[in-house]
Design a protein around this ligand. Sequence first.
Ligand SMILES: Cc1ncc(COP(=O)(O)O)c(C=O)c1O
Length: 383
Amino acid sequence: MPFDFDHCPDRRSTESFKWKLFNEDVLPMWVADMDFLAPPAVMEALHRRVDHGIFGYAMESEELKLVIVDRMHRLYNWQINPEDLVFTPGVVAGFNLAAQMFSGSSQEILIQTPVYPPFLRAPSCAGLKRVDSPLVHNQDGSYSIDTTGFTKQVSPSTAMFILCNPHNPVGRVFTGEELEEMAQACLSNGTVICSDEIHCDFIFSGHKHIPIASLSPEIAQNAITLMAPSKTFNIAGLDFAFAIIQNPELRSRFRNSCRGLTGGTNMMGQIAAKAAFEKGEEWLKECIAYLESNRDYLVKFIQSELPALKTSCPEATYLAWIDCRGLGLDEPPSDFFLREGKVALNAGEEFGHGGEGFVRLNFGCPRSFLEDGLNRMARAIKG
Ligand SMILES: Cc1ncc(COP(=O)(O)O)c(C=O)c1O
């Protein structure tokens, strides 16, 4: 069944954060949700549930857990058990809960910058010190891990390493070797790995996602993996994500760190997740192909029409990380493009060390929006 990714219903008339934050003349290409309808199977399942008419407290669905267990096996040959799963309202809540496991200690949390802004705040939210391990920005614009630096930065006082794989914003899908090196450094120092894999379904040709915990049982015992259907099926507003924690002691500490502040599970989020995982694969396949062709269009456009900008070719995600330092601006480029081009992009500065002079552009949208956004950027530069 063909799905329509070329059209998007009006979102300004909804409560959309993406579309409501800026004036009507601004094209929003910032926050990471897509301008695509969710898979029909998801909408049908939600309609059916609404028609039931009673919306009392929900429990963690055992059927959904079995669907997730099956998905991990099918996609990654990773054998997990239903009891390894803990449902959370989101992935950000998940890594903050994980950080809370160590609050009150004098330990550190390690992250790799530039990175999705809530990573930068998670250590201080838990009263812990943050240590940044900058990614290496290569000549060709791609990013890699400074493994020597990383190995030196992990120490017995590193309580946890929060990994972002695939990486937002740089678009890397880390290889088995890269993951293994990071995991071994963590294992040797007793550092828990909290792996945010929310973008793991958007992997482009030539790359393969490997959940870090699937590398070995030893690593699995030391890891908290966070995933969600929210980015994948464009249902982020339904507040459902899950943690996979195979070590029972770690799992119980993670559950305890909720401290009564988050409880229950979003019923609609679970309904949508189950329908998406069970019946959304065709939609997802087409969505990835659409995103890949948007990515190729964007990379070519930047190379041919915007030579002062540079971007590497994202291996995953629908986010492009664009180096605007060649413009020689004396203000953040996101401010410049908003004012001069009426296009809203994420400010690179918010992604921590290495983000200055960059913007992040969301290409999870109909091609016509992408063309419009890139033309707005071109006009701003030419003007
Ligand atoms: C790497 C990463 N983690 C987490 C999130 C948000 O997750 P959630 O909405 O489930 O809290 C995002 C959203 O952009 C993201 O890019």
